[in-house]
Ligand binder design. Sequence first.
Ligand code: PLP
Length: 352
Amino acid sequence: MIDLRSDTVTKPSEGMRKAMAAAEVGDDCYQEDPTTNRLQSMVAEMLGKEAALFMASGTMSNQVALKTHTQPGDEVIAEYDAHIYNIEVGAAAALSGVNVRQVKTPDSILRAEHILPILRPMDKVHGIRQVLICVENTHNRASGAVYPVEVEAELAELAHGRGMATHLDGARLFNACVATGTCPVDHARHFDSISICLSKGLGAPVGSVLVGSTDFIKEAAKVRRMFGGGMRQVGILAAAGIYALENNIKRMQEDHDNARRFAVALAEIPGINLDASKIQTNIVIFGVRGTGLSAAQFVSILREQGVLMNPIEGDRIRAVTHLDVDRKAIDEAIAVIRGVAADGTRLQAARA
Ligand SMILES: *Cc1c(COP(=O)(O)O)cnc(C)c1O
């Protein structure tokens, strides 16, 4: 099977498993797990912040951040397709009681100009308190689009000027850095909190890290505990994260090259709708309506032929490249898709 459903499907490598097996551990609820402490210091330093906290998942990092930044009833501003609102089971409402203001933008990149018109007067009794702006870099549902550092700076200036905080859902922040030659700090400096995922393109089996000031992380540790995320000898997992950060960042360029190669080939297939020039990182989203097949049908035929992908909203399909698919596998996947699309369009023509 060539599995392009997500970069979460990667399996820990031999070297990573060795690092996990050899990890020194202790009870992290007493902050006595040396490997977890090392991972947390390492990520805090990489992002230029004071402190960090290991989390079970990216969703947990994001939701702990939301709860730490807000009071029930507050408004949080995010781009229309943001993961933090759309793909986290309604947790923002369920766990923090906050309202998420979804902002639609032409290219899925949230800018200050989109927020200015929806700012509320701060002195009205009946006004909702706007407290947080969330950014997702790279943007999952926008084909892994990268937020330019200038846009992040502009959002931070707007937010901080009004006493609002900023949160970066950086599940794929390192993809953004590799794609643009920027450092994590270049992005992180504009945010009060940042979540990163170790289990996506970095290839660790589990884990995410939430980063921020010492005070913020102290509060976040209490919220994590409240959400059931206090862990014990978790250095076993933190070791995988350290290994991933030390070995798997630079190689993400291969994933980006593969995604680009895949997108360029797909764009030439009749019936497939895709602008390959928009592909910046490791996510390729394409439409298949032109082949006469629905995304669900298309994906199910692909599966029969050994290629896995996910249908998403709007009858589109998402493919994600990662360290367990090489260039040869990408070329095989392209050939399979070409065949399925050709069968679909032939059938459609026969019906017409
Ligand atoms: C994957 C992802 C997350 C977190 O997902 P988990 O599966 O909970 O680790 C958060 N934000 C974005 C943009 C993601 O792609």
